[in-house]
Design a protein around this ligand. Sequence first.
Ligand SMILES: [Zn+2]
Length: 445
Amino acid sequence: MKVSYDTLNKNLKVKSIMHIKQTEPKEKISFRFTSLARITDIQLSANDKNYPVSYKFNSYSIFIDIPAQFQEYKQLSLHIEYQIPIDMFSHNKIFSVSDVNMWCPFNYEDITTIKLDIETPLNYEAFSTGDLLFSTSDKNHSYYTWKNENINGYLLIISPKNSYSISKKMIDSKELEFYFVNHDTSITNNVMNEFCKSFHCFNTIICGYKDDKLRLYEIPDSGFYAMTSRKSIMVGSLMLAKKNRISYERSIKSIFKTFDKLKNKSIFPEIVNNSFNNDSADTNYIYTQNLSWISHEIAHLWGYYYYKFNTRLYKFVTEGLAEYIRWMYIESEYGKDSLNTYISDLKYLFSKNCINTIYDIPVSMAGPSDAIQYFKGPLIFHYVRKQIGKENFISFIRTLYNKYFRKAIDYDIFRMELSKYDKSGKVIKRMEEMTEMTGELPPDL
Ligand SMILES: [Zn+2]
């Protein structure tokens, strides 16, 4: 994929070639892709022949008709040339696109690799996930080649040189790199400390991180979110708020934001005024909640993130498991009692604000309701861990991580690996039953 950043015409010009293996004849292929891309050329090629093809967009996907003469070929190439207006994604001068924006076509059923050749004006630099293979400059331009691997799309950041301040830390012989736009060291130091602490914790309690590097990129003004790809974690600047009650409440609200919209009033005084903010509460523990996105995102790296997108219980096995691994970090750092207090507070909030509302939907269907996938999901994993034992539960996570490293798996594989720790099958049966339930939390949860 060749990308050039055109500051004059304010767009990103992209020439993309996708190599497609056909295991069976197909009439159509589809990819996730933004409908905001202005396509200037689209062709299929096989055996040195090129043909223009027709396509259409439908919600977040592009559908391409494969002409009859191409349907039998095992190897096809799809060439797409398009432009993306940078106003869609830019903030000040830093330009960033990520998988949420679907700026490049990607398949979400398997791991794909991409070679990204980027050309920028001389005073700009480009970052992506994965590995930087090469960079050079001539009189007018800089050139960067990145090799990426992902299942959900790719991050690209183009920024004027020196927009980012970069810090490096070695933890457990791995290089952690931090790319901050924020210059407030009282914030960035806290983020780095929490990052290193939770990274070290998962290295210790689960198993050693298998890649050589891990980077954190701050994405300016891109909303209240954080997300993980292989070797990279991205965080919107809004998440780097100061330690204060407002940001603390906001971080809790992000879990329960759907309730907040529903009730149209703050439902959090109880949680802030009671266990989390009274004299006996551990201030470190309170603060951890403020930065909870960090250990959650790092947990994704061990919580196996190459699940096939359309797999059954996708949200449950991705978000539920990552969030539960974060709960294990709370337990490891602050003790069993902290975790139990946290869980009982969340249960209280859940009963008070979610049960019998339109958000009370099964975990198996969870999508619109964050409280279901980020609370009830991990709560079900807590049940599984209590049943099979902590050692076995950790061994299960370790096996997924090591055995399926850089492979895309689905729920059947997840279930098969878990069943090795549940010979009678009762725990898995109950776990699956619970993902279908709504209403009052069952007593064994
Ligand atoms: Zn997550």
